[in-house]
Design a protein around this ligand. Structure first.
Ligand code: NAD
Ligand code: UDP
Ligand code: UDP
Length: 342
């Protein structure tokens, strides 16, 4: 049974992985934000199945065509330069709605645009899902819990979010996006899935996107000092991207609307993360404490009981296994040549 929400009219029965309404044998799947970090790994997964047609709609604000280069020209793949704040007319069976900058540096750059992307972009994708009868999955975020007063965070926790702060364009934007998803579900019977993603890392992250794992690895490889934002005892839980893609896929093709937390419950302070990068990636790397940004959550760790029970999902790749895989990709992109040992 699809999870119901109190007071909701009965939504249409869930359709498990089904034949496309638009083609005879293939599912046609739209991925908004598919040129970004997580989106491009999801494209790989769906294209490699060989039974899907994949359409990516992206405005390339924080993503890149480079991430999709192996699929460009493939008959089952289509890339559209499109901003989700504008109407989009395509005929699809499923929509993975990822379009939104995820790094604080990018989402704070033009906060009004970030709100528009979350609110108008999600509204448009829901209007599209309603028109064509597609199932739609939103990549929401652990940021909806704000600076959490409960630890670890379960899906039942309503969060502690500053509505007027510099992160609010993202946090509150995603909260409204979730509200829209559930209102379209209750009011129009749209089949929805909501994932609350916790910090995710891996190959193909934008090298200069400012998030902590990419910053520390890039700094260590460039011989720069790793910038630990004060106090350094704040915690995050880091999920490797292949685990995340698997969770999103299971959620989309399972029977539960969510919201469902997807993340790796391993919890680390930023000082511990820097130490691990030094140990595994570059023993000569130094750290310095630098000023933090306002409203930085002090701790974050997912309770993934729901994902485990309802989706049969749990992350497989530990931080110690994932960091070297990401560093290998960064080395290649930075043309890193290790200094000869004396
Ligand atoms: P990313 O910045 O690499 O990818 C986002 C993609 O969306 C980019 O390709 C960007 O160009 C595109 N985009 C942004 N605004 C758009 C618009 N208006 N129209 C069309 N395309 C637009 O980020 P990511 O890490 O891959 O995150 C993907 C999704 O997952 C986002 O929705 C993000 O909020 C969510 N998420 C990510 C994390 C994480 O740790 N990576 C954590 C929580 C939630
Ligand atoms: N929309 C879209 N593609 C579609 C159908 C709708 O982008 O195939 C957009 C449409 O432009 C509108 C939004 O989705 O702004 C919400 O559509 P809905 O039909 O739910 O509401 P309405 O158009 O009645 O406001
Ligand atoms: N951070 C840090 N150094 C950096 C970038 C970030 O210490 O160079 C810290 C930041 O203060 C936060 C944590 O790392 O406590 C995670 O930040 P990120 O921007 O990666 O993601 P967030 O979880 O804040 O969205």
């Amino acid at each position: 049974m699809t999870t119901t929400v109190d007071g909701a009219p009965a939504p249409p029965p869930p359709s498990p992985l089904r034949l496309s309404k638009f083609t005879t044998a293939k599912m046609r799947i739209l991925i908004t934000g598919g040129a970004g970090f997580i989106g491009s790994h999801l494209v790989d997964r769906l294209m490699e199945e060989g039974t899907n047609e994949v359409i990516v709609a992206d405005n390339f604000f924080s993503g890149s065509k480079d991430n999709l280069k192996k699929w460009i020209g493939h008959p089952n793949f289509e890339l559209i330069r499109h901003d989700v704040t504008e109407t989009l007319l395509v005929e699809v069976d499923q929509i993975y709605h990822l379009a939104c900058p995820a790094s604080p540096i990018f989402y704070k750059y033009n906060p009004v645009k970030t709100i528009k992307t979350n609110v108008m972009g999600t509204l448009n994708m829901l209007g599209l899902a309603k028109r064509v009868g597609a199932r739609i999955l939103l990549t929401s975020t652990s940021e909806v819990y704000g600076d959490p007063l409960e630890h670890p965070q379960t899906e039942e926790y309503w969060g502690n979010v500053n509505p007027i702060g510099v992160r609010s364009c993202y946090d509150e934007g995603k909260r409204v996006a979730e509200t829209l998803m559930f209102d379209y579900h209750r009011q129009h019977g749209v089949e929805i899935r909501v994932a609350r993603i916790f910090n995710t890392y891996g190959p193909r992250m934008n090298i200069d996107d400012g998030r902590v794992v990419s910053n520390f690895i890039a700094q260590a490889l460039r011989g720069e000092t790793m910038t630990v934002q004060s106090p350094g005892t704040q915690t995050r839980s880091f999920c490797y991207v292949s685990d995340m893609v698997d969770g999103l896929y299971r959620l989309m093709n399972g029977e539960h609307t969510g919201p469902i937390n997807l993340g790796n419950p391993g919890e680390f302070t930023m000082l511990e993360l820097a130490d691990t990068v030094r140990e595994l990636i570059e023993p000569s790397a130094q750290t310095k404490i630098v000023e933090n940004t306002p409203d930085d959550p002090r701790k974050r760790k997912p309770d993934i009981t729901k994902a485990t029970k309802l989706l049969g999902w749990e992350p497989k790749v530990t931080l110690r296994e994932g960091l070297p895989l990401m560093a290998a990709d960064f080395r290649e992109r930075l043309n890193y040549v290790k200094k000869p040992q004396k």
